[in-house]
Design a protein around this ligand. Structure first.
Ligand code: SF4
Length: 292
């Protein structure tokens, strides 16, 4: 059943930032490399990125804050986007792996890659570094996807809403996708997965007490190893920008961006404390970045 997609209206300030003059309004296409970084992440430290999605940003969501910029292809079916051989060749140049973690993320939703399991296995054979996957959880209802993800040392699952209205507004899912199905998939995965599970929640506006209570009940039952509360600290490109998948730095960018207003520490800290007090689960948020 098709679901209506509501345009979310976060506090956006559109601007063009440049690295040098004159001011360009469009960027030059960047050649595709399936391995990028390392990037410095408040959640993972120095992270080498593997992009199993490729040139065209492809996802089952179109999140209002997506730091890739525009999602060019919205889909829920899996396919091979980048061959495992291509990734293997690109990975070799990064030996001897002076990073904290190797992360599958990139230009969209990594579980849409049909060769996800192959890529994780490959990464584990060429480096002893931990392998993490960032997923939006939309395919966790699929037993094959769960089995492939189970090979990773750490899986971070996005959960930006605990009710259908915020879900539609923030994540803008592909037609037919329901929050209920995603929550069931996450629970199923938790029961099967023996690695480290994190729940990542992006906050664009303060949550009501009732929403926080529903969230607390869910995570209490789920028992993830960690909860990461996030808020937009990077600008959102207007168009899809390959550079955005690995550019975690503050400062100017050679393309047009929207600035989303991050939540303040006075909102994040009490919510973190409340969740931690109620569940005992470690909760982190990007405090340092917001106070810089
Ligand atoms: S799930 Fe990630 S890649 Fe997909 S639209 Fe949301 S932020 Fe972008």
């Amino acid at each position: 059943m098709a679901q209506s997609i509501t345009q979310y209206q976060p506090k956006l300030k559109s601007s063009t930032h440049t690295l040098s003059t004159p001011t360009p309004t469009t960027s030059t296409p960047t050649p595709f490399t399936s391995v990028y970084g390392p990037v410095s992440s408040w959640r993972f430290g120095q992270s080498l990125g593997i992009d199993p999605i490729g040139h065209h940003s492809t996802c089952s969501f179109r999140c209002a804050y997506c730091q890739l910029g525009k999602i060019e292809q919205v889909q829920t079916t899996r396919q091979v986007f980048v061959s495992t051989r291509h990734i293997e060749q690109d990975l070799q140049t990064f030996a001897p792996w002076d990073v904290d973690v190797v992360t599958l993320s990139g230009s969209g939703e990594p579980t849409l890659a049909l060769n996800l399991g192959e890529i994780i296995t490959l990464a584990k054979t060429v480096t002893a570094k931990p392998i993490a996957v960032l997923t939006n959880g939309t395919l966790l209802h699929d037993a094959t996807v769960r089995a492939e993800l189970a090979i990773a040392h750490e899986v971070a699952v996005k959960l930006d809403a605990i009710g259908p209205v915020r879900f539609q507004r923030v994540n803008r899912p592909a037609p037919g996708m329901t929050l209920e199905q995603i929550l069931q998939g996450i629970q199923q995965f938790r029961q099967e997965y023996t690695g480290r599970l994190a729940i990542q929640t992006m906050l664009l506006s303060p949550w009501s007490v009732a929403e926080q209570d529903t969230y607390i009940t869910f995570v209490q039952h789920l028992q993830p190893d960690e909860i990461q509360l996030n808020t937009p600290t990077r600008p959102k490109p207007v168009q899809h920008e390959m550079d955005a998948r690995g550019n975690h730095a503050a400062g100017d960018r050679p393309y047009t961006v929207h600035h989303l207003k991050p939540l303040s520490e006075s909102v994040l800290q009490p919510m973190s404390d409340r969740i931690h007090r109620a569940t005992g689960i470690p909760v982190r948020h990007p405090k340092q970045l917001l106070t810089q």
